[in-house]
Design a protein around this ligand. Structure first.
Ligand code: AMP
Ligand code: MN
Ligand code: MN
Ligand code: MN
Length: 278
């Protein structure tokens, strides 16, 4: 089984259309693929139309921003009913927070002399969803920074001009949205939050306590140690294992869809509970 359950299109901060990413997944020989854009399911109709013509099975997904201990984390919803009112109300809420944040980021940038940031950033987005990645691209394009890493550090995080705190809903509520839509809730890239291992383990426990279903044990950037630890803690807390590349299609990102290491414990794989023809 070739499986990739975390991918982005230009409906959030990916480069390619839903049709294109589904084709990439099919070309890579994926059996099961999820499109998981940030806080929106709008790309899934197009993805579904393309997947229906190919051999890859598409899982309807989403990546939702949430709060754990007042820190932003990401929760993947898999096999969701995209027409569910509770889920969509939650996503509309997050989309509104994103709109307000985009205006505040632009204001922060204006204060340090960067004019028309909102308009210039919006011009780079194919939809009305604005992520920090779009602001990063704009700032790089305008010559303020040379790469993603430095632009996030200098402009888009902490107390920097465009570092705006967003009060997302807590993990219990977000897991509730996903479950209301019949989906499985998966803690995304647990080692990418700059937390100590003790804290990551506590996050696993709390995620289980709010009825989360699984965790990403393998991502494209996982180290051997991260895979070992997340597999161990998933077992300890009876969480299912997921894998996803977090593909965005950025030119400088070497990540490709479907190229992931095997899960250490395939019996615990979340895709046993996902609709799949193979
Ligand atoms: P947002 O959800 O709009 O706050 O944007 C978060 C997205 O920005 C993440 O999904 C990543 O794709 C990207 N991102 C966040 N931090 C960094 C960073 N330090 N370097 C590069 N990309 C980042
Ligand atoms: Mn992203
Ligand atoms: Mn994420
Ligand atoms: Mn992602």
């Amino acid at each position: 089984m070739k499986v990739d359950l975390h991918n982005h299109s230009y409906y959030s901060d990916g480069v390619f259309s839903p049709s294109e990413v589904v084709r990439f997944a099919d070309d890579a020989g994926c059996d099961l693929f999820a499109l998981t854009d940030h806080d929106t399911t709008d790309g899934l109709d197009e993805a579904r139309q393309t997947a229906d013509k190919l051999s890859v099975d598409l899982v309807s997904g989403v990546e939702i921003s949430a709060f754990w201990r007042n820190m932003t984390i990401h929760i993947i919803g898999l096999n969701i009913d995209i027409n569910n009112d509770i889920l969509q109300a939650g996503l509309v809420h997050n989309q509104q927070l994103r709109k307000e944040r985009a205006e505040k980021i632009a204001l922060g940038l204006w204060r340090v002399g960067i004019k028309d940031a909102l308009e210039k950033t919006q011009a780079l987005s194919k939809t009305d969803m604005l992520t920090r990645t779009h602001f990063a691209q704009m700032l790089i394009g305008e010559g303020y920074c040379k790469d993603m890493k430095s632009v996030f550090r200098r402009y888009l995080t902490g107390k920097k001009p465009g570092g705006i705190r967003v009060e997302w809903k807590n993990i219990d509520e977000v897991v509730g949205w996903i479950h209301a839509a019949g989906g499985q809730a998966v803690l995304a890239h647990p080692f990418r939050y700059r937390m100590t291992n003790t804290k990551v383990k506590n996050m696993f426990l709390n995620f289980k306590e709010v009825f989360g279903d699984g965790v990403e044990v393998v991502t494209a950037t996982s180290t051997d140690e991260e895979i070992t630890l997340s597999n161990l803690w998933a077992k300890e807390y009876k969480l299912l294992s997921s894998c996803g590349s977090d593909y965005h299609g950025w030119p400088n990102q070497r990540i490709q869809i479907g190229y992931l290491r095997d899960l250490p414990n395939i019996d615990n794989a979340i895709w046993r509970y996902l609709p799949c023809r193979t």
